[in-house]
Design a protein around this ligand. Sequence first.
Ligand SMILES: Nc1ncnc2c1ncn2[C@@H]1O[C@H](COP(=O)(O)OP(=O)(O)OP(=O)(O)O)[C@@H](O)[C@H]1O
Ligand SMILES: [Mg+2]
Length: 437
Amino acid sequence: MAFDTYHCSICGRRVKVQSQADMPVLDPNTGFGICRNCIKNLYHFIEAEEEAQKPRAKKKSLSGMLGEMIEKNKPHIIKKYLDEFIIMQDRAKKILSVAAYNHYKRMKYEMDNPDGDEEIEKSNVIIMGPTGCGKTALLSHLSRLLGIPFAVTDASSLTEAGFVGADVEVAVRNLYYAAGRDVNKTEHGIIYLDEFDKIARKSGANNSITADPGHEGVQQGLLKMLEGSVVEFTERGQRKHPEAPTIKVDTKNILFICGGAFVGIEKIIEKRISKDNSNIGFGSEIPSKEDTDKKFNELIHQVRPEDLMKYGIIPEIIGRLPVICTLETLDEDALLRILTEPKNAPVKQYEKLLAMDNVKLEFEEAALRLVAQKAIERKTGARSLKGIIEDVMLDVMFEIPMSDEPRRVVVTEACIKGEESPQIFPLEENILSKKSA
Ligand SMILES: Nc1ncnc2c1ncn2[C@@H]1O[C@H](COP(=O)(O)OP(=O)(O)OP(=O)(O)O)[C@@H](O)[C@H]1O
Ligand SMILES: [Mg+2]
């Protein structure tokens, strides 16, 4: 070995080379060398320096990231994305696009002006419309696009503190887990409180026998959270006791969206309107289904905070949900479009599934229309569409995988009526792509 001993060029110590680890970082031309000890010290120094720089760098990059997100998620872009999955409900799509965009802008404003005393208030949203019209679907697509933590909590599962069941903090805890247990991310996420109408006060017009007397207490509990407060909760699976470590999340910047079907609210709206204007109405004879839907759609868009109050939501909550977003009943044409048009339309899903078995699936137009009509009879909006097709397809989906031959399956109106099974025909061309074959 060329160097049995050397002098460290930094600390000046004489170092004996006993093993490979003692070898200096050395420039043989100049004789410059650094001992192991000094390298260690330098490393720790650099590390500590970098750590000290981090918060500033993180903050800066977060603000930059938000700037990019704002650029990428302008309301018209968000709406265009939602259009790919959700049929109709244009007004709701617009409201939610603007709400999400403003949520980003608020975050950026707050980050860029940490000491500013003028803050932009958040606009929590209430979203209502009949069952199966796309409320939950809209929100879940929105969250997928936005890439900010988003969690759905069923408001009907919440109970007043002290009652058996989940406390209101659970909604924040769900978001905390959706944010990968990152408190900072949690504090800027979106909470969707589904089935919000189920916590209406019993004394409201929605007099359900099953209503829980604790519902008003749940609303009271949600009050602070909606406005902004520090919520404390324990990790999942940990019992609440004084010594249990808790996580604290400030809800000031969390956007709350409260959704529900609010069954029967149209009657409250109608009553109010007819008081103001006695001309309203669609004649006194028994209205057809179309008339009822048309009337519902006209009424629901005219909902006002006082109607929600009558329904059994306490005024303080309504005051904290300034944006009201209404969805319409879906008619036969809309259901027909839902079957085929969205990116994840049920018909497209079945086509893809059967294509994997070398089968080309075809639906007759009349068959699809009948599916839509059946769904309307079931009164569950678009929710039952897939189930109706599933029933018809069961036998075919069982039979098809028995062979690898290319085939064609045709679903007719009679199949939907339950009068015959979908027909299977041989097919000349192989539809399996080479890659998947
Ligand atoms: N307007 C729509 N466009 C496309 N698909 C829809 C639409 N409305 C509903 N669907 C589909 O129907 C199913 C049920 O819809 P969703 O869960 O959004 O109903 P909801 O409005 O939340 O009803 P509920 O009040 O019962 O919770 C989903 O699979 C969704 O994809
Ligand atoms: Mg829903």
